[in-house]
Write a protein that binds this ligand. Structure first.
Ligand code: BTX
Length: 327
């Protein structure tokens, strides 16, 4: 951690309290003048810090800005979120994460932005990512798993986001196969997993997460107004995005470590428990065929099982799934 991060960590550990310049200089291992300079830098970054002679410094307001320092202060993980690239405006965080991964960025690296001008979903679809309203981020992981198992990482991510939403906001959400999180019948979050592999070895995955956190209705363009929602619209409360990201990192690391050691079973159970898809009538369009049936669950590998009218069970690995009125 750099000095700014250590100071932010100290403020987080003592909310609303004064911390003396002497204590801060000892914690940071630098002079009191250096502490003062870093406090000035924090002020330039939008932090309101009160300074009182003999009492020290106290944090009054932190800006709602996604900075590396904020995210890393107080983040108790071993890998996930321990390296953060935070941008103001980018075309998309996905190519930046690919570039960083190709240059050797460690597992757990997060690339995030306040705004994306060309955010993307699956199959080249656009992802609307206006300034300051959401969490637009890409996570680099390097799991030692066979390539056919990599779609399980999308399901693991969806399970982790759904859990974090419940913990941080209490909003009830469901997971729609394979990559969406829904509140009621509206999308609040999408996951885009991109793989870089060589012969039969995974080099890395870039997991893109687009979460509408604090969007209000007027932030959505007309074509999304009926199909998209945000956590703030659903709960009425503003989401503290830094807290959310930190909790996501902790949850992800815990679930991911369990997955690497013990396999997919726990993710499968939690996915099925919070599934939007199971029991629904769906039409499935794969590269080679189109059919309708009822989604009945996941198999042990995370493949969606769909039973058609004739009672034939289909395994859906990769497809566009549309939801029909239940028969
Ligand atoms: P998807 O292909 O499942 O969903 C894309 C579709 O979702 C769009 O065609 C549109 O109908 C709808 N949509 C677009 N924007 C929004 C929005 N903000 N809220 C709700 N619905 C929307 C889902 O793809 C995967 C999205 C991943 C986005 C992240 S953000 C960080 C990273 N960078 C990047 O460019 N993509 C990922």
């Amino acid at each position: 951690m750099n000095i700014k991060q250590v100071i932010l960590q100290a403020f987080r550990d003592h909310p609303g309290e004064f911390i003396s310049g002497e204590d801060l200089s000892q914690t940071c291992g630098c002079s009191r003048t250096a502490v003062w300079k870093h406090i000035e830098e924090l002020r330039k970054d939008g932090y309101e810090v009160e300074a009182v002679r003999k009492s020290g410094y106290r944090l009054i307001v932190a800006p709602d800005r996604l900075s590396a320092a904020e995210i890393m202060a107080g983040l108790h993980t071993a890998r996930i979120g321990q390296n953060v690239f935070a941008h103001d405006e980018v075309v998309s965080t996905q190519p930046l994460a690919h570039e960083a991964a190709a240059k050797g960025a460690p597992e757990g690296t997060l690339v995030l932005a306040e705004q994306q001008t060309g955010g993307r979903g699956r199959l080249g679809r656009p992802w609307h990512s206006p300034k300051g309203t959401g969490i637009w981020m890409s996570l680099i992981v390097r799991p030692a798993i066979p390539i056919p198992k990599t779609p399980q990482m999308t399901l693991l991510t969806a399970v982790t986001i759904a859990r974090t939403i419940r913990e941080e906001t209490g909003v009830p959400v469901k997971i729609k196969w394979p990559n969406d999180i829904f509140c009621g019948d509206k999308k609040v979050c999408g996951v885009l997993t991109e793989l870089n592999a060589e012969s039969d070895r995974v080099n890395y995955l870039v997991i893109g997460i687009g979460l509408n956190a604090n969007s209000v209705q007027s932030d959505f363009p007309e074509e999304l107004s009926e199909i998209a929602t945000s956590l703030r619209i659903e709960s009425g409360d503003e989401v503290k995005r830094v807290d959310f990201i930190q909790q996501f990192c902790r949850n992800f690391e815990e679930e991911y470590d369990h997955f690497l050691q013990h396999g997919f079973q726990r993710v499968k159970q939690e996915w099925e428990k919070h599934s939007y898809s199971i029991g629904r009538w769906v039409s499935v369009q794969t590269i080679s065929q189109m059919f309708e049936g009822r989604a009945v669950g996941l198999d042990d590998e995370g493949v969606l099982m769909v039973e058609d009218r004739a009672g034939i069970m289909h395994k859906v690995y990769s497809a566009d799934v549309n939801y029909r009125a239940n028969e």
